[in-house]
Write a protein that binds this ligand. Sequence first.
Ligand SMILES: *[C@@H]1O[C@H](CO)[C@@H](O)[C@H](O)[C@H]1NC(C)=O
Ligand SMILES: *[C@@H]1O[C@H](CO)[C@@H](O)[C@H](O)[C@H]1NC(C)=O
Ligand SMILES: *[C@@H]1O[C@H](CO)[C@@H](O)[C@H](O)[C@H]1NC(C)=O
Ligand SMILES: *[C@@H]1O[C@H](CO)[C@@H](O)[C@H](O)[C@H]1NC(C)=O
Ligand SMILES: *[C@@H]1O[C@H](CO)[C@@H](O)[C@H](O)[C@H]1NC(C)=O
Ligand SMILES: *[C@@H]1O[C@H](CO)[C@@H](O)[C@H](O)[C@H]1NC(C)=O
Ligand SMILES: *[C@@H]1O[C@H](CO)[C@@H](O)[C@H](O)[C@H]1NC(C)=O
Ligand SMILES: *[C@@H]1O[C@H](CO)[C@@H](O)[C@H](O)[C@H]1NC(C)=O
Ligand SMILES: *[C@@H]1O[C@H](CO)[C@@H](O)[C@H](O)[C@H]1NC(C)=O
Length: 781
Amino acid sequence: MRKKFAFVLLLSLVRVVFSATDPGDLDILMQFRDGLENPELLKWPENGDDPCGPPSWNHVVCDKSRVTQIQAQAVGLKGTLPQNLNKLSMLKNIGLQKNQLSGKLPSISGLSNLVYAYLDYNNFDSIPAEFFDGLDNLQFLALDQNNFNASTGWSFPKALQNSAQLTNLSCMSCNLIGPLPDFLGSMPSLTNLRLSGNRLSGEIPGTFNGSALQMLWLNDQLGGGMTGPIDVVATMESLSVLWLHGNQFTGPIPENIGNLTLLKDLNLNSNNLVGLIPDSLANMRFNNLDLNNNQLMGPIPMFKTPNVTFASNKFCQATQGLPCAPEVMALIGFLDWVNYPQRLVNSWSDNEPCNWVGIRCFSGKVSIINLPHYNLSGTLSPSVAKLDSLSEIRLQSNNLTGPIPENWTSLKSLETLDLSDNNISGPLPKFSSTVKLVTTGNPISDGHKTAPSNRDNTPSVSSDSPPNSPSSSLKGSGSTPTDSSVESTKTKSFKRNTFVSIVAPVASFAVLAFLVIPLSIYCYKKRKDSKLASTSLVIHPRDPSEDNVVKVVVANNTHGSTSTLTGSGSASRNGSSIGESHVIEAGNLVISVQVLRNVTKNFAPENELGRGGFGVVYKGELDDGTQIAVKRMEAGVITSKALDEFQAEIAVLSKVRHRHLVSLLGYSIEGNERILVYEYMSQGALSKHLFHWKSLKLEPLSWKRRLNIALDVARGMEYLHSLAHQSFIHRDLKSSNILLGDDFKAKVSDFGLVKLAPDGEKSVVTRLAGTFGYLAPEYAA
Ligand SMILES: *[C@@H]1O[C@H](CO)[C@@H](O)[C@H](O)[C@H]1NC(C)=O
Ligand SMILES: *[C@@H]1O[C@H](CO)[C@@H](O)[C@H](O)[C@H]1NC(C)=O
Ligand SMILES: *[C@@H]1O[C@H](CO)[C@@H](O)[C@H](O)[C@H]1NC(C)=O
Ligand SMILES: *[C@@H]1O[C@H](CO)[C@@H](O)[C@H](O)[C@H]1NC(C)=O
Ligand SMILES: *[C@@H]1O[C@H](CO)[C@@H](O)[C@H](O)[C@H]1NC(C)=O
Ligand SMILES: *[C@@H]1O[C@H](CO)[C@@H](O)[C@H](O)[C@H]1NC(C)=O
Ligand SMILES: *[C@@H]1O[C@H](CO)[C@@H](O)[C@H](O)[C@H]1NC(C)=O
Ligand SMILES: *[C@@H]1O[C@H](CO)[C@@H](O)[C@H](O)[C@H]1NC(C)=O
Ligand SMILES: *[C@@H]1O[C@H](CO)[C@@H](O)[C@H](O)[C@H]1NC(C)=O
């Protein structure tokens, strides 16, 4: 009898211990229910007290009397969670994703049995710092799409790194700020890391080197985004999905990205990646490869993968598989070793190096690299040795390190190599004695750098022009043609050995006089008074094949001495012979801002001619009375769109020339200044004469005049569309962009929206831009 009683007691004890829900857990579940605005959605029994059952309640899973899971995803729950949720100490799996839970997310710290935590897609507004403490067994954590700590942002606390089992970590659009925590790179089990749509900044930390991640999403960081190079991703050999788009990553795509043999989905679009597309990338096969909107250069390779897009980059050719000119490749090599400074990347973006900032050509071959005071940082590339025609390399006053490449000694046309005031070291290679080497201001070991100085009797130009004269610092921004030392040296070498070969065939005394006299005056003045160093000589070469004019500006800004500008209407028609001379080379239209300040009386309001979306146009007058129009971008509007338009305008106008298109006389890029200089159009915009003639007290346009204007515009457009080297579409042809000169001859202006006409099948679908009604109808259609 006693025995039987004891057995029954034991049974009931067993029942109590193993079946009834732990009172602590029950309490938390009740608090959970009470915190909800719509607890009825849980369908829990009204007065029940045994969620573990059997039968257990909806959304609850127990192990014996302990709650191990709450699974209530996408139920529509509204309300807050109990702050002591972590008292459910046996909890293994919590799934509350896709509800409308709000308020403060409770800490789950200390839940050492927790493996799965899905709290994503709710409206929680804060996350406690201790949330991540002691989650020893956590493997899957999703916090995406919650508005945690919105005002300050937040970052993963270090404690998370103790969750050594963590495999999936997902916190997209959850207000993370600051750098990507470096411990994430060394978490041993982490394979899926998804942090898109936050406000992360800074670089991918070095700890990600060799990480076993299979999926990494860092795309679309707000407020600028992540920066720095992406080299480290090429070491993450397990990657199959890598999304880095919508950031500001810089530098080239790593050569060894081909090591990522499992990679199937790669988004690098909308960053600032530069350089060549590595062969190894072109040889990979992807389900998706997106390279759009970067600054990738060089040729577009023949990709092995069909699923690739690469629009809006800086490739030298528009067609896949076409190589770049060898000179372009050599110069990209140079750019690579100086780490792709943005100013050069912007300019060095086609297959015509003669038009690039800092490069000058002679007879269509690259003959001068002229980038003094350019803040170049990096080393000198051996690829420059491939530029056979180089006669001058001027890289003084930069921040260049390392040795002079041995094979630069094979540059057979080299006359001048100025590397003064850098940080060049190492042994000096043996250059031919005809090369004028300037290496002062470098920790370089050498014995023979003074040897070549007895070539002629002219004093060394580079040593007597103060390296930091106002003129040269103004030119830091690439207004290289105004570098007076170049001009003088060129004059010198002109005298020395090219006089006969260049000038004699041209046999034009007029040309010689036209060139040499102003030059000599200029050089003479320069020597006489070094304060006049801010004098600028700007030469406007044009394609010698075009029957048009070369412009020469000699503008002196200090004492208002010689200023001449030969406009296209009035210069001698000697373009071709001038184009051949050794003094003037094609390619650059850069004018120093100082010169423009002087001719516009420091952009005086009374000189304002008008305003556009892009800036203010000022009238300028040179000393000889020539009038020019100076369009200055307002600092406040220097957006990337405005810069694109600025670039487009230069790119187009330096390629097209027509009597019914406004001529670009030059431009300035210095610091924040972006200025375009045009010929002056005395009667202003057509719109003025059509719509405001009464208020401006102008004579109404006669029908004959109107017809002539229409014809002029049509001729200009015909040229743009079909007669120039390339076809252009204006996209903003309206009366305010048609300017009238003396005699009401009309010219089309404002080329900021001009687009190269897409040629057939390879055209990339781009968004239609421009002003409707002012577009060529066939383009709009
Ligand atoms: C979020 O904000 C709360 C208070 O607003 C703060 O206590 C908490 O530490 C913050 N969370 C993190 C992870 O910094
Ligand atoms: C982990 O992440 C991967 C990739 O997003 C996903 O396919 C997988 O279902 C996740 N695993 C768990 C258990 O959430
Ligand atoms: C990654 O680590 C290896 C070995 O330590 C090192 O050689 C390599 O340069 C690193 N790569 C990057 C991109 O940091
Ligand atoms: C990655 O690629 C580079 C060259 O493409 C190669 O030298 C290197 O050995 C590769 N790394 C590994 C770990 O395979
Ligand atoms: C990418 O290529 C694969 C295989 O060729 C194809 O099935 C898939 O639809 C393509 N995806 C896209 C986005 O073009
Ligand atoms: C020069 O380069 C350094 C880094 O290379 C950069 O921080 C600095 O802003 C640059 N200065 C100018 C004037 O561009
Ligand atoms: C210069 O050197 C580089 C490597 O050092 C080599 O690739 C290149 O072919 C050389 N160029 C010339 C013209 O010798
Ligand atoms: C010069 O280059 C070094 C590294 O090459 C860099 O740390 C330094 O900031 C640079 N200085 C300037 C003024 O650009
Ligand atoms: C010059 O270059 C050396 C390495 O070649 C470097 O250690 C030093 O810091 C550099 N000096 C400056 C001023 O950049």
